[in-house]
Design a protein around this ligand. Structure first.
Ligand code: SF4
Length: 441
């Protein structure tokens, strides 16, 4: 890679799973505003519910999620609180019709079948979940049992995202997450035989001590288990933000050039294994709903990454959960203790958020197209005259071949797609604010 591209790859850029991005959220969006926004939802609105389980049995060194080490009684305690939160939120939400339910964390599969069923049943009591819903979960394969998989299937779950990350034993030790291939294969078999058979694997590059051979070996072993989707993420080393990552030594990480090569080689191998590339970092087998949406230019992007559709509103439960409402974003308090105090007091556990302006909505839609299609037509967003400053910001990127400006069209060339976050950033009105993000590639 030439020095210029390397410098671009080193730049810190948001992932644009939302716009405006989470660092722009502020405390002016409080519980009163949260309550008002839920109350203003149209009754006919389609809801996606998200349940954040803020515990893991053991914390991985590389983890960037909001989670805590599980201790005795924590899960039962959490369940009681989240049930109360469901009651509170449902009481103020004027919309009840659910079309999607997702469980994330942390590790949602640390909950026992009874605990999990209890939360599901409370959601089904307080919301309208009569019609079939898209129901999915993030799974840590180390803690999945056949009984849990059967519980999920009984509750209508069809989709699971399995945290594979790497299958190279020395890399697993370096990231504090040891899970032999056989364990992953058993979890996959348990999910499939129960009927949870739409599987997505999360894989990572840029991990400490990880070589190209490690990555290729992981992809080939993972592909042998035939998931329908794969997400391939670069490890984001942000120890100033996630203190637990300080265990990982900077000098053990692949350099920017190696990271770039890993991303490229992994992409080529996934394509060779029969997956179609979707957006920046997703892959899906032909015929999968994500692949069809991408082919038909209907791909969307939200906090879950790339998705085939986005309901009218997303309501989050649990510490740090983010709700996406028509009026803006609202995030819950992130610490279990502060979240608990609000829930016990019978209040919404609102921490912060952001009210969309018309300009936010316009830029969000434009950035989404760049992230999903690698191109955007400015005439759909007010025309190029409305983006003079942004086009000036893009000029050096255009001169270096990272983007083409063709009249009203902004096009990221196919071989420069890994840099599309930099192109999106040119349209980010908040990007001047000094916020540290992960590397662009
Ligand atoms: S299992 Fe996932 S959420 Fe839990 S510590 Fe590991 S990476 Fe983080």
């Amino acid at each position: 890679m030439d020095a210029k591209l390397l410098a671009y790859a080193e730049r810190q850029t948001p992932r644009y799973t939302s716009y405006p991005t989470a660092p722009q959220f502020g405390p002016h969006i409080d519980a009163a505003r949260h309550r008002a926004w839920l109350g203003e939802l149209p009754e006919s609105a389609e809801l996606s519910l998200y349940v954040h389980v803020p515990y893991c049995k053991k914390i991985c060194f590389y983890c960037g999620c909001n989670t805590n080490a599980l201790h005795d009684g924590a899960a039962a305690d959490y369940v009681a609180l989240v049930l109360a939160e469901i009651d509170r939120v449902a009481a103020v939400s004027s919309a009840k019709r659910v079309t999607e339910l997702h469980w994330g964390g942390g590790t949602p599969n640390i909950l026992t079948p009874d605990e999990f069923t209890g939360i599901f049943e409370r959601l089904a009591t307080r919301f309208d979940m009569q019609a079939p819903i898209a129901h999915g979960i993030e799974i840590d394969p180390r803690h999945l049992s056949a009984e849990l998989a059967q519980t999920y299937a009984r509750l209508g779950m069809t989709r699971a995202s399995v945290g594979v990350q790497t299958l190279a034993p020395h890399v697993q030790r370096a990231i504090g997450r040891v899970q032999p291939f056989e364990r992953v294969a058993q979890a996959v078999a348990d999910l499939r035989s129960a009927g949870v058979d739409r599987l997505s694997f999360d894989l990572m590059y840029g991990l400490p001590g990880q070589t190209l051979d490690d990555l290729l070996g992981t992809i080939r072993q993972a592909a042998s288990l035939r998931p329908q989707r794969v997400s391939l993420f670069g490890y984001a080393h942000v120890p100033w933000f996630k203190r637990r990552q300080r265990v990982i030594r900077e000098e053990d990480l692949p350099g920017s050039e190696q990271r770039f090569e890993q991303a490229e080689v992994a992409r080529a191998e996934l394509i060779a294994q029969g997956f179609e590339p979707i957006g920046l970092d997703h892959f899906a087998v032909p015929g999968d709903s994500l692949e069809i949406a991408a082919r038909e230019r209907r791909l969307r992007r939200n906090f879950q990454g790339y998705v085939a559709r986005i309901p009218d509103a997303i309501i989050g439960f649990g510490p740090s959960a983010i709700s996406t409402l028509p009026q803006g974003y609202v995030q819950n308090l992130a610490g279990v203790g502060e979240w608990r105090r609000k829930v016990e007091a019978g209040e919404l556990a609102t921490a912060r958020g952001l009210a969309f302006t018309d300009d936010d909505r316009r830029r969000a839609a434009l950035i989404e197209r760049i992230m999903c299609d690698f191109e955007a037509d400015l005439s759909a967003f007010g025309g190029r005259a409305a983006f003079a400053a942004e086009l000036a910001r893009l000029a050096p990127l255009a001169a270096d071949g990272l983007v083409r400006i063709e009249g009203e069209r902004i096009v990221v060339p196919e071989d420069k797609q890994p840099f599309c976050r930099l192109v999106a950033q040119a349209f980010d009105a908040y990007s001047a604010a000094a916020t540290q993000h992960s590397k662009a590639v």
